[in-house]
Design a protein. Structure first.
Length: 291
């Protein structure tokens, strides 16, 4: 009895010493050791100290690659900031097709999916999400002379959607007289609009605005998607990672970082109140939408 408890105490002490040593070895700079173990890899990352992110190269201004091939955009900068707050500066973004993105996170090829991914019950069967960080519209974008001005004018038209998006699901359900044409990514769909092989493309509001400016297209129909905010997708059941991301995300909202990034990447767009510092939130929710 007493021998056993002594042994247990000894084992605990040894574990505590080992933990203290490994903590000391890690701090303050984090070090470069990748020996694994829970202490050094509390979030269960594929490679300790690094976050691998599945993203998109052509969803400007959310996530895209610049001329130098570097990932940037609102979601990219916000996630990079959040990662820094949980002590990780090694963040590696990789472009994927949207349709494969959540599966790639679920099966452990990536630690996180970051791509304006709306949080839905359907997707929650595959992955867990952080809290929401973005809410806006789904937009049908067309050439100015397309004659598309509302949902009914889409009848008989050919409409592009990216596979696996909310836009695809919405169109299947609501645009029943429209010919849907599925694409792997936005760039392919926009080329088809520009060549005239489809009449319009259905994508996220800010991405549409970006292409509109570039190619002289217009945002023909905006459909509110505020009830489906975007979140960071992670593997199911990784509560430590989820909690840490959420705390860091809310800190980024509270100190104005979210607002600064929003104004940088979405200038002129109405700001969802709930992500602003609490001191700047209006008492009455949803005053007058300015769109
Ligand atoms: O539901 C919206 C959300 O309100 C915000 O506007 C950001 O985009 C959304 O999350 C929808 N995004 C699409 C989706 O989740 C397409 C994502 C993409 O093309 N990267 O399917």
């Amino acid at each position: 009895m007493s021998i056993r408890s002594t042994l247990r105490r000894t084992a605990l002490t040894a574990a505590a010493v080992a933990a203290a040593i490994s903590l000391a070895a890690c701090s303050p700079s984090g070090g470069s050791g990748a020996s694994g173990g829970e202490t050094e890899n509390p979030y269960g990352l594929i490679t300790p100290g690094e976050i691998r992110v599945a993203s998109l190269g052509d969803a400007k201004p959310y996530t895209f690659t610049d001329e130098a091939g570097q990932f940037t955009g609102f979601d990219v900068e916000l996630f990079t900031d959040v990662a820094h707050r949980i002590g990780i500066d090694e963040v590696v973004f990789t472009g994927q097709d949207f349709s494969g993105l959540l599966a790639a996170v679920a099966n452990g090829q990536f630690d996180v999916g970051v791509a304006a991914i709306g949080i839905t019950d359907e997707r929650k069967k595959t992955v867990d999400f952080s809290d929401g960080y973005l809410a806006g519209y789904l937009t049908v974008m067309a050439s100015p002379d397309s004659g598309i001005t509302d949902e009914s004018s889409l009848a008989g038209k050919r409409l592009g959607v990216v596979q696996g998006t909310l836009q695809e699901a919405y169109a299947v359900k609501n645009f029943t007289d429209t010919d849907l044409v599925r694409f792997p990514d936005n760039n392919a769909a926009i080329s088809a609009v520009n060549s005239g092989s489809i009449n319009a493309h259905f994508l996220d509001y800010e991405a549409a605005k970006e292409y509109a400016t570039q190619y002289g297209l217009v945002n023909a129909i905006d459909i509110p998607s505020f009830d489906v905010p975007a979140g960071f997708a992670i593997a199911k059941g990784n509560t430590a990672f989820q909690t840490a991301l959420n705390e860091a995300l809310h800190a980024a909202m509270e100190d104005g970082t979210w607002k600064t990034l929003y104004q940088k990447w979405f200038p002129g767009s109405p700001m969802p109140d709930q992500y602003l510092p609490s001191s700047e939130q209006t008492a009455t929710p949803s005053a007058t939408p300015t769109n």
